[in-house]
Structure formats: C-alpha cells, structure tokens
Design a protein around this ligand. Structure first.
Ligand SMILES: NC(=O)c1ccc[n+]([C@@H]2O[C@H](COP(=O)([O-])OP(=O)(O)OC[C@H]3O[C@@H](n4cnc5c(N)ncnc54)[C@H](O)[C@@H]3O)[C@@H](O)[C@H]2O)c1
Ligand SMILES: [Zn+2]
Ligand SMILES: [Zn+2]
Length: 379
C-alpha cells in the first residue's frame, strides 16, 4: 500500500510499504478515506521529537471497515468509522474512567498510545491506504447515515474537535463565562467552536496570523492580533482589567513571540496574566519532557520559568495533557449530525496522499491560507 513515511527532519515521502493487516483477533482493518495533517505532526516533521525514521505518520483518521478480527463483536465490514487518535484498551484503570489518553495497556510502561506518534507506541499511522485499529470494538466511533456527506466534519472527531473541547473542560468553561484562547491553529479554533457551543459570553482568540484570526471571528470569537506583542493589554482591556474567567493554551512548547522566535514560557505566563484570580487554565498545546532541539537551556530539559508566584497568588487552577477523545467524541458526533456543530469550517485544502510532502511543507510554514489539510488516499 501507499503511505506517508517519516524519513528525517522535514523529509516525508509517499512510499510503497507492506499492507497494514489484522494482527490480533480484536483488530479491524480500515480503508482510509480521509486523514488530516495535524500541528502535532509538525513537531515530528521538524525533527523536534525522537520519532523513528521509516514510520508512517497520521493520527486523524476516518474510513470504512474492510476486515474484522475473529473476536470483534460490534463493528462490521462496511461500517464507516472515525478513530480517536489515542488507542485505548477499554479495560485498564484509566480507560475505565474515560481517561483514554492515558491507557495503561496499549503502550506498556507509558500512559497513552496513539497512531503514528513519537513515544506513543509502535502503531503505524493512517496517512496511508489502510490502517490497523487495535481493540476495535472499543476504539471505533460508528458514524451515522450522513457519514459521507459530512465526512469533513466527522474526521475532526479523531482529534482536534475533542481536543479543543478538552481545553474548555480543563479550563472549566461554563455558560456565560469569558474565555481567552492562545493559538488560532486548528486546535485553538476548535476550542473557540466548543466554547461557543457551551454558551461562553465572550471568546477571545490570540494569534499573529490574519487568515487564522479571520476564522476565529467566523467561530464567534473576538480576534486578538498579537503582531505587536500587545495581547495582554488587549485582553485586560476587554475584561475590565480583571482577565478572562477561563484560559486555553492551544499552541504548545514551540510558541513564539511577535518576531516568531520561540519563547517556550510565553503563552503559559500570558495565561497567568490574562486569566482572572481563581480562574481556570486548560493546557492542550503539547509540552514535552525533553527538547534537545530548543535554544532555551531550560526547555532542552523540558522545563520553563513559570510565574508560579503570580499563579499561586491568583489562586488559579490548571489542567493539562492529551485529550481523552473517547470521553467526548460521541456527543460531539451527535452535535454534528444534528447540525449544531460544524468543525469543517477550518478546512483549507483537500489533497490526494501523493501531495502530502508539499502539504506538510506549506502547513509547517503556516503559509497564508493553509489552515487544515485533509488527505484522501483514495483520490
Ligand atoms: N493535547 C492534545 O491531545 C493535542 C491534540 C492535538 C494537538 N495538540 C497540540 O496543540 C497545539 C496546537 O495544534 P494546532 O494543530 O492548532 O497547531 P498549529 O501549529 O497549526 O497552531 C498553533 C498556532 O499558535 C500560534 N502561536 C504561536 N505562538 C503564539 C503565541 N505566543 N500566542 C498565541 N498564538 C501563538 C501560531 O501562529 C499558530 O497559528 C500543538 O502543540 C499540538 O501538538 C494537542
Ligand atoms: Zn492531531
Ligand atoms: Zn486502557
């Protein structure tokens, strides 16, 4: 089959590789119809993780089931399914409680497994013609009859829609509250969409890219352009000097100042400044345990100078980590089916798999208009 293979920093190629196949009786095999490029792929693409060369990328996958293992009960050939990027077993201590981003079975020795992901187990990604799905009865989200018509919406259930929603959950967003979101990438835009669905009274989204800020506005948010580094003042001015009730970090360890230089503690400390006393902060942007490629000495060891004193004085709360996609994807699917959520508003490109290397390059450069790329291996 054809698949997108990681060859080394900024070098991905579409190659012929051995077909994905059923390896355990609880697996199914999915023919991928659509698979997205994610901001998380870029950390690997840029060589800023310990991703092994030769591995297939892709963790935002949707397709049709073409083969089922002997022990699979619920999922049938022909089902259209969306796969959470995290692989859960369904029976460990964390999965039982809905914390499927921290499964203790699927990647022994670590909490959390995913497709085509550095440090998240040996599973191949879905930027390919076929994908092996472990613990398939648990992991497959079955899609309703409008699966094909709304495919660009449903594919967002694999990661970024539940992840944006998770940011609002970690922050504790409730109806009527104000929210500031750092990052107008796909995840930040999904956090804005989720905050709007939850009934937030004021949503502010910070970035420097005008095309992405325009989409934030489309999602019902106030765009905050940080091109001159004034986002803190702008947010305080919009919140009577007190800060927002809730804040979401949707950028991660490669966050930048107005000159696009990496300053790893910038968004975290801006959140402390722009969330009100006793407010909540949800961090879904990725921070990693070590980052040898960082210029900053602390960041090389996965550390940062965090304004803990101010955080403590303000009595703020913080929640972090991978999204537990399974905890949210079913109700978010039902909102899409009911026409009450439309996450596809961020899609900028739909391309055949062969064009993935070029798409990675453009998305990585945050080129104007490259917000979210969908790859279609069958096209
Ligand atoms: N926790 C999870 O489960 C999960 C899931 C998916 C993605 N992620 C992570 O979420 C983050 C965002 O993903 P994405 O796909 O939206 O990526 P992206 O890189 O496309 O978007 C990030 C955006 O942040 C902006 N930005 C940079 N510095 C900033 C700053 N100082 N203030 C405000 N905005 C700033 C960039 O201009 C960019 O538009 C990444 O770290 C990704 O790995 C986490
Ligand atoms: Zn993703
Ligand atoms: Zn588990």
């Amino acid at each position: 089959m054809k698949a997108l293979v990681y060859q080394g920093p900024r070098d991905v190629r579409v190659k012929e590789v051995p077909d994905a196949k059923i390896e355990r009786p609880t697996d199914v095999l999915v023919k991928i119809t659509v698979t997205n490029i994610c901001g998380s792929d870029l950390h690997m693409y840029e060589g800023r993780t310990d991703m092994e060369t030769g591995r297939i990328l892709g963790h935002e996958n949707l397709g049709e089931v073409v083969e089922v293992g002997n022990a699979v009960d619920r999922i049938k050939i022909g089902d259209r399914v969306c796969l959470p990027f995290n692989i859960g077993c369904g029976f460990c201590k964390n999965c039982e409680r809905g914390l499927t981003g921290f499964c203790l079975t699927a990647n022994p020795g670590t909490a959390g497994a995913a497709y085509g992901f550095a440090g998240m187990g040996p599973y191949s990604g879905g930027q390919a013609e076929y994908l092996r799905v472990p613990y398939a009865d648990f992991n497959c989200l079955k899609l309703p009859p409008d699966a094909q018509e709304k495919e660009n919406d449903y594919v967002m259930l694999s990661d970024i829609f539940p992840t944006g929603y998770h940011a609002t959950e970690l922050a504790g967003v409730r109806p009527g509250e104000s929210v500031v979101i750092y990052g107008a990438g796909p995840v930040g835009l999904m956090a804005a969409h989720s905050a709007a669905i939850k009934g937030a009274s004021k949503i502010m989204v910070v970035d420097t890219h005008k095309d992405r800020l325009a989409l934030a506005e489309k999602a019902g948010a106030i765009p905050i352009d940080d091109s001159d580094g004034s986002c803190v003042d702008q947010i305080l001015a919009l919140t009577k000097g007190q800060g927002a009730d809730r804040g979401c970090e949707c950028v991660g360890y490669q966050c930048c100042d107005k000159h696009r230089n990496e300053v790893p503690n910038l968004t975290m400390n801006n959140l402390v400044k722009t969330v009100r006393a006793t407010g909540g902060i949800g961090v879904v942007g990725v921070f990693i345990a070590e980052d040898p490629g960082a210029k900053d000495e602390l960041a090389k060891q996965g550390q940062m100078a965090f304004d803990f004193g101010q955080f403590w004085m303000k009595g703020q709360k913080i929640g972090t980590g991978q999204s537990n996609v399974k905890a949210y994807n079913r109700p978010l699917r039902d909102l899409i089916e009911a026409g009450k959520a439309k996450p596809s508003f961020i899609v900028s490109h739909e391309l055949p798999l062969d064009q993935a290397p070029e798409a990675y390059k453009n998305f990585d450069e945050r080129k104007d208009g490259w917000t979210k790329v969908l790859l279609r291996p069958g096209a």
